[in-house]
Design a protein around this ligand. Structure first.
Ligand SMILES: Cc1cc2nc3c(=O)[nH]c(=O)nc-3n(C[C@H](O)[C@H](O)[C@H](O)COP(=O)(O)OP(=O)(O)OC[C@H]3O[C@@H](n4cnc5c(N)ncnc54)[C@H](O)[C@@H]3O)c2cc1C
Length: 603
């Protein structure tokens, strides 16, 4: 007979929402298990920059930036454009602050505010120049013991010289002129050298963790301290729904787990038909959940069939940088329990323009590249269509809007000149001063199909099949804006966010450098993404809703498997991790209210 056990909370997925929810459950005294389908833990969150966007957070004073509930409210109202119910936005603002406060007070999950990281729509009311993104403090992976080996590696673009990580401000400073950034780099290299012994232990992997790696490592370390297991290679086949699924097993099961919370007392009275009572694994093992099941399985960015069905075209699963395990499983599992998919919102992603270099394990997002001087985007007719330095999510939207109008913007092209090439990276290719064309790996070298290069703009246009006259006209107009410092077409370089990644050596506008020094380069750009952001409808506390809008008892969800509190927007750095963690936190608290049995150790 297949094995059966019971815990209080079953969490599906070990990403941001999963581990934050599991930690809240552990803090409340629940017996909790995290089930992860893949052979590594951390989800996309482990690849992320780890910023967590919390408006009006208690730490903003440390960096001298004032915020208020009113400003947070005004900003979210403006960016979400009526797509998100007011009570949900309110739940996010309050809940995010409570989540951060609880973790900071009771665990080793710690953050610092990032002073210079403007909201992405700085022109909207209530926007702030920084402080809302919270960055996890660095963490020593050695402290995780063997679990460090199964932490999902960071996104390759986060490794300096393909070797070590830096903090957000340190990495950004590398683009700046002057001696200070270089000193930071030297310090990083020196400290990296000092870690050679611990690297040997991890087969060359550096245990100094920042960004999303630090966030997930801190969450996992705290769960470890509290005895919460994260089971890898564990795929859920179906949810157990209804009284019959749970009968006969709860008493023994609760004895077997030795749960101390008393959550089991409630099981008998709440296992009405339709209640989600647990999960069945692909192995046949059943795990009953006395308080609830939290679905935190990420989006469906890696499911090409779903993308074709629900999203704007053209689209390909290969354009995402999201986790390979994010194939929409949670959506399908929850549907079996009566949830309905929010198909009106499922075209949305956390977009970013991206390139898809051949032979790379992932697409590369152009979060930084798109904003730097001496380059711009054109459609396949050779025309500009967007403020390239703007909010990267909005660029994804603009690409599809332009595609709908002209049929020419997906894919588009990034065009840049030799000064860009020398100073700045493009996807996996490092700045030419570090990696000249002849040192670029052959598959990525100019002339081999991905990176295009020509001595004149006309030849470049011909090589990539766009009208040379249109490209010449677009470049001439853009260069005029670069000389005057004002982009009269799209306003590039006019907001704080536009200037976040720019080059202060370029005047009069650090975001606008003319494209004029041969040779010229081009690379194809697609609307890539960090993940999808809609699916399950949830209430303000992460309860999954059925077709009639009523909560499905026992079923909770958070993160990219749910329809986002951000609607179609991306408010600032950390705008995806913050809601994922917040609604997971709130969902577990809702379980304790719903079951009525949590014995909080934290209050
Ligand atoms: C390169 C990069 C940079 C980013 N930077 C930022 C940033 O700085 N700030 C920010 O806010 N966001 C950032 N993001 C986005 C952010 O990482 C995601 O939006 C966030 O991680 C989503 O959290 P989640 O818990 O929903 O999913 P994930 O973190 O992706 O976790 C989902 C997990 O569920 C697992 N899973 C899937 N199906 C099953 C199943 N059936 N059973 C069990 N487990 C399953 C997956 O394998 C995965 O491990 C970035 C993303 C990337 C890729």
């Amino acid at each position: 007979m297949a094995e059966e056990r019971a815990v209080d909370v079953v969490v599906l997925g070990s990403g941001a929402a999963g581990l934050a929810g599991a930690l809240r459950a552990a803090l409340l005294g629940y017996d909790v298990v995290v089930l992860e389908k893949s052979d590594v833990w951390g989800g996309s969150a482990a690849m992320s920059a780890g910023a967590v966007w919390v408006p009006n957070n208690a730490k903003m004073g440390e960096v001298g930036i004032a915020d208020s509930d009113e400003d947070a409210w005004a900003y979210l109202e403006a960016v979400t454009e009526g797509a998100v119910p007011a009570e949900k936005r309110r739940a996010f603002i309050d809940g995010a602050n409570r989540m951060i406060g609880t973790f900071e007070r009771e665990t080793q999950v710690r953050f610092e505010p990032v002073r210079e990281y403007p909201d992405y729509d700085t022109d909207k009311p209530g926007a702030k120049p920084g402080g809302r993104p919270l960055e996890p403090l660095p963490f020593d992976g050695d402290l995780l013991g063997e679990d460090f080996a199964t932490l999902h590696p960071c996104y390759p673009g986060e490794l300096i010289f393909d070797r070590f990580m830096m903090r957000l401000a340190e990495a950004r400073a590398l683009l700046q002129p002057g001696i200070t950034p270089k000193l930071g780099l030297l310090r990083g290299l020196w400290q990296y050298a000092l870690r050679s012994r611990s690297r040997r232990r991890w087969h060359g992997r550096d245990p100094y963790l920042t960004l999303g790696q630090a966030l997930m490592a801190r969450l996992r370390a705290e769960l470890k301290t509290r005895g919460v297991p994260v089971r890898l290679n564990t795929e859920v086949r179906r949810l157990l729904v209804g009284a019959s699924e749970a009968t006969g097993s709860t008493t023994g099961a609760s004895e077997a787990t030795g749960s101390t919370t008393g959550a089991s007392e409630a099981t008998g009275s709440t296992t009405d038909d339709g209640r989600v009572a647990g999960v069945e694994l692909a192995s046949g093992e059943r795990i009953l959940a006395r308080a609830g099941v939290l679905v935190a399985t990420g989006g469906f960015e890696r499911n090409d069939e779903m993308r074709q069905r629900y999203q704007h075209h053209p689209v390909e699963a290969g354009w995402t940088v999201g986790h390979v395990g994010n194939t929409g499983d949670g959506l399908m599992l929850a549907e079996q329990a009566g949830a309905v998919l929010d198909t009106d919102m499922m075209h949305n992603c956390w977009w970013s323009p991206a390139v898809v270099p051949p032979g790379e394990p992932t697409a590369w997002v152009l979060v930084i590249e798109k904003s730097l001087p001496y380059g711009f985007f054109v459609d396949r007719d050779g025309r500009r269509f967007v403020n390239e330095a703007g909010n990267y999510n909005n660029i994804g939207k603009a690409m599809y809007a332009a595609q709908a109008k002209t049929g020419m913007a997906v894919p588009a092209w990034m065009i840049f000149d030799s000064r860009y090439r020398r100073k700045f990276p493009i996807g996996p290719v490092k700045p030419g001063m570090l990696q000249p064309d002849r040192k670029v790996p052959e598959r990525l070298r100019p002339g081999n199909g991905w990176l295009h290069k020509a001595d004149t703009l006309d030849a470049l246009a011909t090589g990539i099949g766009i009208p040379a006259a249109n490209l010449a006209e677009s470049v001439a107009r853009f260069n005029g804006f670069a000389y005057s410092g004002r982009d009269l077409d799209f306003g590039r370089g006019s907001t704080l966010n536009d200037l976040h990644y720019s080059d202060p050596r370029v005047t009069p506008n650090p975001s606008l450098g003319p494209i004029e020094k041969a040779p010229f380069y081009a690379v194809e750009v697609v609307p890539g993404d960090l993940g999808t952001k809609a699916g399950l409808r949830t209430d303000i506390a992460g309860r999954v809703l059925d077709a009639g809008g009523a909560p499905i008892t026992g079923l909770y969800a958070a993160g990219n498997v749910t329809t986002s509190v951000m609607g179609g927007s991306y408010p600032g750095a950390g705008g995806t991790l913050a809601p994922a963690m917040t609604f997971a936190f709130l969902a577990v608290e809702a379980m304790s209210t719903d079951v009525g049995t949590a014995r909080s150790r934290s209050h």
